[in-house]
Design a protein around this ligand. Structure first.
Ligand code: FPP
Length: 222
C-alpha cells in the first residue's frame, strides 16, 4: 500500500492524512476483492524497516491500526472476510496484539476472502524464523537435517497452509519488492502501477487482473 506520503505531500497535507486515506482505500479494495471472488489477499501494512520513520508517523500508523481493528471486527465480519495477521508481533503494543487476536478469533469461521495483514513483516525475517524453528526441531531430535525441504520451509512460513500468491501488485510507481513475501513469490506474476495507493480504485484492480490474465505462466516448464 505504497505512496501515502507522496499523495499527502502533493496536496500539502500532513503524512498522517496520506495514511488515513490509504486506510480507506484498503477497506474499499479489500471488500472489492471479496466481491470479485479472490480467495486470498495479503496487504503490506507495516514492514520490519518502517520503524526507522519518525516516531510521530509510526505512532499515527499504530493509531490507525487500532481504529481499523475496532471497526473491522464489525465491518469485515458482515462481508464474510476471514482476517489473519502475519509478521513478528513482539514489538507491537499489548493492546494492538489483543485486538488482532480478537479479530482473528471472531472471523475464523468466515468462508469468503481470507485477508492477511502483514504487520512488522519482513520476508527475510520470515525465512530466518522458519530456519530457527526447523533448527530447534533438529536439535530436539524431532527432525533430520535431510528432511529439511522446500515443503518443510513452506510449512514454517507465516502463511503455512495458504497457496502461494499468483499476482503481486505494487502501486506508486516504484519497481521493487521491498522484502515482501520473498519465499512465496517464487513464481508470482508482478504488476507495477504508477498510482499512489490512496488514489487506487477498484477499476485499477480490474486493470491489474486483466494484465495478469494475459500472462503465460510456465512455472519453469514449457
Ligand atoms: C507506505 O506508503 C505505507 C505505509 C508504510 C503504511 C501503510 C498503512 C496504511 C495504509 C494504514 C492502514 C492500514 C491498515 C491495515 C488499517 P509510504 O508512506 O511509504 O508512501 P511514500 O512511498 O509516498 O513515502
Amino acid at each position: 500500500m505504497d505512496g501515502n506520503r507522496r499523495w499527502a505531500k502533493k496536496r500539502s497535507l500532513p503524512r498522517s492524512a496520506g495514511h488515513r486515506y490509504g486506510a480507506q482505500t484498503f477497506r474499499n479494495i479489500t471488500k472489492y476483492c471479496g466481491k470479485c471472488g479472490i480467495k486470498y489477499l495479503t496487504v503490506y501494512a507495516f514492514s520490519t524497516e518502517n520503524w526507522k520513520r519518525p516516531k510521530s508517523e509510526v505512532d499515527g500508523i499504530m493509531k490507525l491500526f487500532k481504529e481499523y481493528l475496532n471497526e473491522s471486527i464489525t465491518d469485515f465480519r458482515k462481508e464474510n472476510i476471514k482476517t489473519c495477521f502475519i509478521g513478528d508481533f513482539t514489538p507491537l503494543s499489548p493492546e494492538i496484539i489483543e485486538l488482532m487476536r480478537e479479530a482473528e478469533e471472531l472471523t475464523k469461521d468466515k468462508t469468503g476472502l481470507c485477508l492477511n495483514i502483514a504487520i512488522n513483516y519482513g520476508g527475510r525475517e520470515e525465512i530466518a524464523q522458519a530456519a530457527r524453528r526447523l533448527a530447534m526441531e533438529v536439535a530436539q531430535g524431532r527432525l533430520s537435517p535431510d528432511d529439511i525441504s522446500d515443503e518443510q520451509l513452506t510449512a514454517h512460513m507465516y502463511t503455512a497452509g495458504q497457496p502461494d500468491p499468483d499476482l503481486i501488485l505494487r502501486p506508486s510507481g516504484e519497481y521493487r519488492i521491498s522484502n515482501f513475501l520473498l519465499w512465496q513469490s517464487a513464481y508470482a506474476e508482478y504488476v507495477f502501477m504508477d498510482i499512489l495507493w490512496p488514489d487506487f480504485k477498484p477499476a485499477d484492480l480490474d486493470k491489474a487482473l486483466a494484465e495478469y490474465a494475459k500472462r503465460n505462466r510456465r512455472f519453469g516448464g514449457v
